[in-house]
Each structure stands twice: as structure tokens, then as C-alpha cells.
Design a protein around this ligand. Structure first.
Ligand code: UDP
Length: 192
């Protein structure tokens, strides 16, 4: 269920189908990577074949940009709705709270992920955040241990793009979460 724009795949599942597919992956313990596709990433990918491959390697490419929605409309495609990376993250948190799944927040400057955690719990009181870690920790063993400790189902990675996407690819099989989403500056936004 993908459409391709300038060589970059975009998922054309509806929002609710996307959420159901992701939680089905969690229940099967399948590893999946979510990436938000915006015009900036599509343009960068034109001169960077490795980045293009990486974006296409993701399991779910959410259409984060009105350009993708318009392009789909022009080509008679099925993408009707823009899904920003941060909205996807908030929706996953809301659903995780309802379905008893745990999330981990990794990235941003020291203290920010913790503030974002407090804000998310205020919004979704049943949300289980298994832990947080800033994006400037250099000790690889510590990073892996801290994430694995609370056995999260979903990890949000806020290291900026495309660094976070490369980090995800490198860690998919090294750490316990099932779902990996790169979220850029979202923790800064959520923490206010
Ligand atoms: N960041 C990080 N570690 C780094 C470099 C950046 O955790 O080594 C964080 C930074 O603090 C910010 C986020 O990554 O929270 C990048 O946000 P930006 O809005 O620049 O990313 P974009 O959405 O443009 O990918």
C-alpha cells in the first residue's frame, strides 16, 4: 500500500489502518520503522541514494506534508490526509495508553525528554513511559541498557533527520522495542 513520489515511497493507508497495522506489529513483536516524509526529505533524497534507500526501507512512510497529498491527488492516488510526525507520535501515545503498551523517549537536550514525558502523562494519564534519555549521551552500552531496561514497545527517536533514521536502522535489532519512529524536534515542541 505505497505510492512513490520522486522515487520515495509513501504509505497510503488511512490513519486508522496505519495505527492498527502498527499495533498488530507490536503484538507480533515485529520490528518496524516509521518515517515522516516531507518535501525536504524527498529533495535531499534526490542527491543522496543512501538516504533514498533508507527512507524506502522504512515500513511506514507517513505523508508529512501537503505537497505529498496534492501530488497524490493529481496522480489519482489514495493519500487524502496529511499526517505530521508529531501527530503520529501523539496518536501512538494515546493508543499505547489505551492498549497498555510502553513507550521510551530518546533524544533532544538533557532534561527535554523528561519534560516531554511529564507533558505526555498529563495529556494521557494512563501512558506508561518506561524511560527517557537525552540525545547527547555517548556511551553506547549505556544507551542500549537504559532503553532495554523497561522493555518498551515503542521508541521515539529525536536526534534530527537523517541522523535519527540511520540510528534506527543501526539499532533495530540491538534493542527491545518493536516500533521505532524518528520524530526530529518533537520533544522540544511537546515540552514547550
Ligand atoms: N539532537 C540530539 N542529539 C544530537 C543532535 C541533535 O538529540 O546530537 C536533537 C536536538 O536537541 C533536537 C533534535 O535533535 O531536539 C533535532 O531537531 P530538529 O528540529 O533540528 O530536527 P528535524 O525535525 O529538522 O529533523
Amino acid at each position: 500500500m505505497k505510492e512513490t513520489y520522486l522515487g520515495v515511497n509513501v504509505s497510503n493507508l488511512t490513519y486508522s489502518a496505519l495505527i492498527e497495522a502498527i499495533f498488530a506489529d507490536i503484538n507480533k513483536k515485529k520490528k518496524s520503522m516509521i518515517v515522516a516524509i516531507n518535501p525536504e526529505k524527498v529533495m535531499k533524497a534526490q542527491d543522496d541514494p543512501e538516504l533514498k534507500k533508507l527512507l524506502n526501507r522504512a515500513d511506514y512512510q507517513v505523508p508529512d506534508g501537503i505537497g505529498v497529498v496534492l501530488a497524490s491527488k493529481l496522480k489519482g492516488g489514495k493519500i487524502k490526509q496529511r499526517v505530521t510526525g508529531i501527530d503520529m507520535m501523539l496518536n501512538l501515545c494515546e493508543e499505547a495508553a489505551e492498549r497498555g503498551k510502553k513507550v521510551f523517549l530518546y533524544g533532544a537536550k538533557p532534561g527535554i525528554a523528561e519534560e516531554a514525558k511529564q507533558e505526555l502523562i498529563r495529556k494521557y494519564p494512563n501512558l506508561q513511559v518506561s524511560g527517557t534519555l537525552d540525545g547527547y549521551e555517548k556511551d553506547e552500552t549505556k544507551i542500549i541498557e537504559t532503553i532495554n531496561e523497561g522493555n518498551p514497545d515503542i521508541i521515539f527517536v529525536a536526534l534530527g533527520s537523517p541522523r535519527q533514521e540511520y540510528w534506527i536502522l543501526d539499532h533495530l535489532d540491538k534493542i527491545s522495542p518493536s516500533i521505532f519512529q524518528g520524530v526530529g524536534g518533537s520533544f522540544d515542541v511537546i515540552s514547550g
